[in-house]
Design a protein around this ligand. Structure first.
Ligand SMILES: Cc1cc2nc3c(=O)[nH]c(=O)nc-3n(C[C@H](O)[C@H](O)[C@H](O)COP(=O)(O)O)c2cc1C
Length: 334
């Protein structure tokens, strides 16, 4: 196995793929569309519980949905029971034909770790490896990847050892979020550890944590042996980050730092429309209030951003959003 593993062609020679990090309730099929258009190379669905897929839960299957134009796409599943992870993986690969199947060993949420799943498996690595073996055997035709944190806490960092064993078990790439479970999303990502993982294994390592701009992305590639980068929270209010990072990696100058007001509003309206298209039928509603959490990050950087947010809270429909856009942009020219 080399770093440009042939079943994951986006790691081919000279390529430095940018992944959109999976983020539950944020990076659904609608949001991913915006990131893809801005140059995200590889994307992964938000995590889905293996048992929910096996129960044929409609919401769970909705979460693993993707469009052909979003490929290469991975579907991420979580769970701590080898047999159900294996059956769910098989079902996902048969029905969705993703480009790869990804296992979550990073989620810090209480309701996930109390089932021993997500980052809970990092304090119980024999079970983690049993899960991997079962899933690997169940889907020989689909590349298997994993996303993990460094370990449970700072005194039990297991990322290097776990990545090495994953490689032996046939996992074809690993994304490493440079935080422990104990850290949650606070503090800084420890890129020293990500670097050590990338030194220790031959499969591609995707570095993740606090990549916020072209300069930091370039530095990570220069200072470590990661084969790709994964960008999470910075993309939520700034899907344009992918094109800016690409420009920096390609040495292109003069790419503007951030989107202007009209572009931001258009992006918000487009996201609302795409989100409705994707979910309205199942949810049975056309209003936009329920998706406010997804729209608000995009107001970041708008002049009078606090007022815009208040205004958004009163929008019920996409037409209301359009009216708010016109009023706001008009206000800027007077
Ligand atoms: C709201 C939210 C939801 C997340 N959901 C997932 C998930 O479903 N699967 C996963 O592997 N990681 C999930 N993560 C972690 C991110 O993928 C990523 O590892 C983390 O945010 C660090 O990257 P960043 O510093 O670029 O944001 C989530 C993070 C956030 C903030």
């Amino acid at each position: 196995m080399t770093r440009s593993a042939s079943r994951l062609p986006w790691f081919g020679p000279g390529r430095r793929p940018l992944y959109l990090a999976p983020m539950a309730k944020r990076t659904d099929v609608a949001f991913r569309q915006l990131c893809k258009e801005q140059g995200a190379d590889v994307m992964v669905t938000e995590f889905v519980q293996s048992e929910a897929l096996l129960r044929d839960n409609a919401k769970a299957w909705d979460m693993v949905d993707f469009t052909e134009s979003q490929r290469p796409m991975g579907v991420q599943i979580f769970g701590a029971t080898p047999a159900s992870m294996a059956r769910a993986a098989r079902l996902v690969c048969d029905r969705m034909r993703p480009d790869f199947l990804d296992m979550n060993f990073g989620c810090p949420a209480h309701k996930v770790i109390e089932q021993n799943a997500g980052s809970g498996l990092l304090r119980c690595t024999p079970l983690l490896f049993d899960v991997v073996k079962a899933v690997k055997d169940a889907i020989p035709d689909t590349p298997l990847t994993a996303k993990m944190r460094l370990g449970w806490d700072h005194s039990t960092i297991v990322a290097v050892d776990v990545a090495g064993r994953l490689e032996e078990l046939g996992v074809e790439a690993v994304a490493v979020h440079g935080r422990t479970r104990e850290q949650g999303y606070s503090g800084e990502a420890h890129w020293g550890w990500i670097s050590r993982v990338a030194e220790a294994v031959r499969i591609p390592v995707i570095g993740n944590g606090d990549v916020r701009d072209g300069a930091s992305a370039l530095r990570r590639f220069e200072e470590t042996k990661v084969s790709g980068l994964m960008i999470g929270r910075a993309a939520l209010g700034d899907p344009w980050i992918f094109s800016r990072i690409k420009a920096a990696l390609e040495g292109r100058e003069g790419v503007s730092d951030s989107a202007g007001p009209a572009e931001r509003w258009d992006c918000m309206i487009r996201l609302a429309e795409l989100t409705l298209q994707a979910h309205a039928e199942r949810l049975g509603r056309r209003d936009v209030r329920w998706m406010l959490d997804r729209l608000l990050p995009l107001t970041h950087g708008l002049p009078g951003c606090r007022k815009v947010r208040d205004r958004l809270r009163h929008c019920l429909t996409v037409d209301d959003l359009r009216r708010a856009r016109e009023e706001h942009l008009l206000g800027l020219t007077h």
